[in-house]
Design a protein around this ligand. Sequence first.
Ligand code: EPZ
Length: 431
Amino acid sequence: MDRIRIVGGNQLSGTIPISGAKNAALPLMIASLLTSQTLTLENVPHLADVEQLIRILGNHGVDYSVNGKRGHQNGVGGYSRTINFTAANIVDTTAPYELVSKMRASFWVVGPLLARMGVAKVSLPGGCAIGTRPVDLFIDGLQKLGAEIDVDTGYVVASAKNRLRGDRYVFPKVSVGATHVLMMAATLARGETVLENAAREPEVVNLADCLIAMGATIHGAGTSTITIQGVDELTGADVRVIPDRIETGTYAMAVAMTGGDVLLEGAQPDLLQAALDVIGRTGAEITPTNAGIRVRRNGAGITPVDVTTEPFPGFPTDLQAQFMGLMTMSKGKSRITETIFENRFMHVQELARLGAHITLSGQTAIVEGVGKLKGAPVMATDLRASVSLVIAGLAAEGETMVNRVYHLDRGFERLEEKLSGCGAVIERISG
Ligand code: EPZ
């Protein structure tokens, strides 16, 4: 299994290009199931999760080609790509356990399959390293749109014989995935659907813009009330994946931690304003430019800042681990409270190996900043936790070896290349 070796202590300086967002690309790819025509997605990052979803969609009959070439001829490697997805014929409405269990977002195919084909049988995704992550909101919401749903031997079996029909659904809790799914399903339902307390994340807006380009009628995406007028069919479209706000925030925190001066090229400040404000309060200088976001930190130490994760536009849970990494080297005490997932502190014990002082009290981590971290072998159990160890390793003295690198490959495109291009000593060790 690959590992990443880091020798910490160098400041970062230079330019890091920001890739297309994983969490935007995945639902956009799934939206291709809604039409028999071709959906072209630009700026798709080259990530393990994207490749996995291509396989899952292929099982339903979705054909794809990369930059005009057949996917398999183009091979792997390369940068953010343009990919054409065509679901001319849906050949299978079942998403089996073997595929869904590998990636939770693949459960989201339930919405488009049900809306277009009137049936879907999708394996329950199960729990994962960051919490139990149930699917009750998806089931409630689809039932509200007229679906009949049974949960049988680990599968959600859904049908809507005479099409889904629009209705009003109030999410009891904000859910990004359930908002994606109900919005996609409602585009092909009869009549009007109103989603209240919907997720406002930029990825929801990217998906809504895509669906609108495909012929859907949607208002209010990006607010907590989304209204969808169902149409009979959708068409192909050409849509660009937004820049990855979590990758942006991660590298901004890396610079805030190591010091230096980096341009995050192509980054969009409005996608992560809450996080940028917090990073600014720690003492880093954040400057939006025409080319992206410039992050600088010189001299003075890192100021502790308290943070609570919230749905957008609040501070994102997907940056919580990285921010904790930054706070381990602050000049005092900070409190980091996780409100989205109940078990997202797996990085705490690994950061402790690097010398961090962190105590947990329920959903809050109390971080006592230490003057410096020291490199060590570490391992993490999810994507964002893994990258928090990478940025801590960049700032730590000596060598850090990050094991189980496949988590990083799920969500960070060309991580080693981007960081070593800015002066970091970081390499992948294969095998
Ligand atoms: C998306 O997950 C992201 N994944 C996550 O990023 C991100 O952490 C999360 O949103 C929150 O921002 C993708 O976009 C692929 P939710 P999602 O439904 O949609 C509870 C990463 O590292 N809930 O908004 O699965 C749930 O348990 C990943 O890239 C229910 O209770 O998250 C959680 O507590 C990790 N019932 C809360 O809602 C449901 O039916 C928010 O989850 C659905 C969710």
